[in-house]
Write a protein that binds this ligand. Structure first.
Ligand code: SAM
Length: 455
């Protein structure tokens, strides 16, 4: 791999850079890692080497075809680059508590950071995962569905629109679009696209995004800024710019030296940041910093609303969930969703100002004689244990996911969740003489499966 000379020249100026070993690390293949779901427990790779800074992170020896693993589809794990899992360590150290927080993941697709944040928060907290690019927002929605947490919303808005909420968020994560040098080993496209001009463009865009989102952070709230670029223009210079523009307090983390993460302090404003070099850590390039907002902000003005009368929906769909403290809200022409009752005012506020793609947990659609359950309900961590299910082996699970004919064991009539290793994959309806597969079409596995893959 031929690394850009201009990038190497820029990196010579930064702490912890060793040109020779950095170049050598780029002759190695990228590290593969996954982050386990904390609730959807399965047999998957739990014994593998743990990522040092993330209790749920596991390294894999090689990259399997994840599409052929039903546990991947069930949300038992998320395929995530190891260095970026350091967000867990940051949150564990900087969050005042896990309860009653309002958290925004501003640049969220495909959902690596959002699924990690959702795993850490208490259910009284609310996570808004936002992705401005509509096509990428669909992938984010899918991954958040797979992860199965009710206390999450997915929006698709430009960063500047969040200021309409007022100074609302306790935590904002900006995993900014960047020049991507940290991903050269994973993504040849990032290497081919890299240019000095693009670093400059990214740096301007990062400033714009941060300036736009700043008013949406509460007094004493936290901003977590991250990139997968090594360029100091997109990392240290952005931190200095932030500290120069706004009133911020830098946050220093407790990071064991043996982890190999390089602690940097910016030249001008003395802001702490943490950089990951692939020759020093088992992971790809990454940069992250946490800052506290030290500016007085006003209280939020929630819109007036009447608590929804949801008894009818509760009677029909309530059987799906274990959780009781729920509001059943309309979230589409016919669709209803569940949100935690603590988040009703938040939903009204967000609905007034933002474009909502996913509202809590979609439960499905009421019909004359029955409730048609949504795919999201089958993926939920709050799914009631009393819901009918049918357990299948890997071959039948893959057939279900390909929407092909299946050989199923005897089961109850009506709606059943297909489970693999105890985890839900989706719904089927047993009509007695035949079984209908309700996996949404766009979730279907499209790749060819050979005989060896079925087992
Ligand atoms: N946080 C994600 C994760 O962990 O899976 C990765 C985010 S990626 C580094 C940056 C995201 O920012 C992309 O999804 C991209 O579409 C989005 N983005 C691009 N331009 C943007 C802009 N002007 N404002 C906000 N987000 C933008």
């Amino acid at each position: 791999m031929q690394l850009p000379q201009k990038l190497l020249a820029d990196l010579k100026k930064i702490n912890g850079f060793d040109e020779q070993s950095f170049i050598e690390a780029h002759q190695q293949v990228a590290v593969t890692s996954v982050r386990l779901h904390p609730i959807k427990k399965s047999s998957v790779v739990t014994d593998n080497e743990q990522v040092p800074w993330c209790g749920y992170g596991r390294y894999l020896d090689k990259r399997p075809v994840f599409t052929l693993d039903p546990l991947y589809h069930a949300g038992a794990y998320y395929v995530q680059e190891a260095s970026s899992m350091f967000l867990q360590c940051v949150l564990e150290q900087v969050l005042p508590a896990r309860e009653n927080l309002r958290v925004l993941d501003l640049c969220a697709a495909p959902g690596g950071k959002s699924t990690l944040i959702a795993s850490l928060l208490d259910k009284s907290s609310l996570l808004i995962s936002n992705e401005v690019i509509r096509t990428r927002a669909s992938i984010l929605e899918e991954n958040m569905t797979r992860w199965g947490y009710m206390n999450t919303l997915v929006t698709s808005n430009d960063p500047k629109e969040f200021s309409k909420l007022g100074a609302y968020f306790d935590v904002v994560v900006v995993d900014a679009p960047c020049s991507g040098s940290g991903l050269f080993r994973k993504d040849a496209h990032a290497l081919n696209e890299w240019s000095e001009a693009n670093v400059q463009l990214c740096c301007q865009r990062q400033q714009r995004i941060l300036a736009d989102i700043w008013p949406a952070i509460k007094e004493d709230g936290l901003l977590i800024y991250a990139t997968c670029s090594y360029s100091p223009q997109e990392d240290e210079a952005i931190l200095d710019w932030l500290a120069n523009e706004f009133d911020v307090e830098t946050m220093q983390l407790n990071v064991p030296t043996e982890w190999g993460i390089v602690h940097v302090v910016t030249e001008k404003e003395k802001i702490n940041g943490y950089r990951f070099f692939p020759d020093r850590v088992k992971g790809e390039g990454f940069f992250i910093a946490a800052l506290r907002k030290r500016e007085v902000t006003s209280a939020i003005r929630y819109p007036k609303y009447r608590t929804v009368k949801d008894e009818q929906i509760k009677n029909k769909a309530g059987y799906l969930l274990t959780e009781n403290a729920i509001r059943y809200v309309q979230s589409g022409a016919e669709n209803y969703s569940a949100i935690h009752e603590l988040h009703e005012a938040d939903l009204h506020l967000v609905r007034e100002h933002l474009y909502l793609r996913k509202t809590g947990l979609s439960l499905g659609v009421p019909m004359a004689k029955e409730w048609v359950p949504s795919h999201e309900a089958a993926m939920s961590v709050d799914l009631a244990h009393t819901v009918q299910r049918v357990a299948v082996d890997k071959e039948q699970a893959l057939k279900f996911l390909k929407k092909e004919e299946m050989h199923l064991p005897p089961m109850e009539k009506g709606w059943n969740i297909v489970t693999y290793e105890g985890l839900g994959l989706g719904w089927i309806k047993n009509l007695g003489n035949r079984v209908n597969n309700y996996l949404p079409k766009h979730w279907r596995i499209r790749m060819e499966i050979t005989d060896a893959d079925w087992k």
